[in-house]
Design a protein around this ligand. Structure first.
Ligand code: PGA
Length: 241
């Protein structure tokens, strides 16, 4: 595990964007596992800037997003499909047919999970997986549990996740209670894993996840076992380690 300390959100975002663009420059047809949320927003902004300068080309990449709310259609402003287009895809030359996000509207959970697992397998797995971390230690939407779920599955969201994500919705009751998420096995099989974390609210979970025992009760703790895991944090998030 490599830890990179940065002064603030901007520096954290720039350093992470550097690693992602290096990946794409070295392997233009990389399979990138992407994440939504406040943590990676700055990375996408930076990548768009470098794309506009002609420094990085996304025409050959395949993207596989971590998760999607169950029940939300693509057009919904709170869907992760929408988030990714608004913050990244609409501004760069990634090819629409190479974009993958779970389909939150598929009522057949088993079928959707199998479809998503098959996509990941057919691309040969993920070259670089970008992650944030929830205050309960979740990665993707892998919430604290008794065991690790390996493949794509549908989860009941934790109260703390609903509370944290209500900022994107008009009211808390509007936050979906379930979501599709890539599993822990898939994340662990990514060749590289890059996590960004910022803000004082994440300081305790960072210490617990990466300096405590490896347990499915703190899903991110499994990343301690990943052979190529980099954590980039701002001063506040890393203040307790
Ligand atoms: P955030 O979400 O980046 O919006 O804090 C992280 C997560 O829940 O994984």
């Amino acid at each position: 595990m490599k830890i990179i300390r940065t002064a603030n959100y901007e520096e954290m975002s720039r350093k992470a964007a550097n690693i992602i663009s290096a990946q794409v420059i070295m392997k233009p047809d990389s399979v990138l596992g992407l994440a939504t949320g406040g943590s990676p927003e700055g990375i996408y902004k930076q990548l768009i800037e470098w794309y506009n300068k002609g420094d990085v080309d996304f025409s050959e990449i395949t993207t596989i997003n971590l998760d999607e709310y169950k029940g939300l259609p693509r057009e919904s402003e709170q869907s992760y499909w929408y988030f990714m287009h608004k913050h990244f895809f609409d501004h760069v030359n990634v090819r629409p047919q190479k974009i993958n996000v779970p389909d939150g509207t598929n009522p057949n959970v088993e079928e959707e999970c199998a479809r998503y697992n098959q996509i990941i397998k057919s691309k040969g797995g993920i070259d670089l997986q970008l992650l944030g971390i929830g205050i309960d230690g979740h990665i993707g939407f892998n919430e604290p549990a008794d065991t690790y779920e390996l493949g794509t599955h549908c989860v009941d969201l934790d109260e703390s996740t609903i509370e944290a994500n209500k900022r994107y919705f008009e009211k808390k009751e509007d936050v979906p209670r379930q979501a599709f998420t890539m599993g822990i096995g898939t994340i662990m099989q990514a060749k590289k894993v890059l996590m960004v974390v910022n803000g004082a609210a994440k300081a305790d979970i960072v210490r617990e996840a990466f300096f405590g025992p490896v347990t499915p009760r703190v899903p991110a703790s499994i990343l301690q076992m990943h052979p190529d895991f980099t954590l980039i944090g701002d001063a506040e998030a890393l203040s307790k380690i």
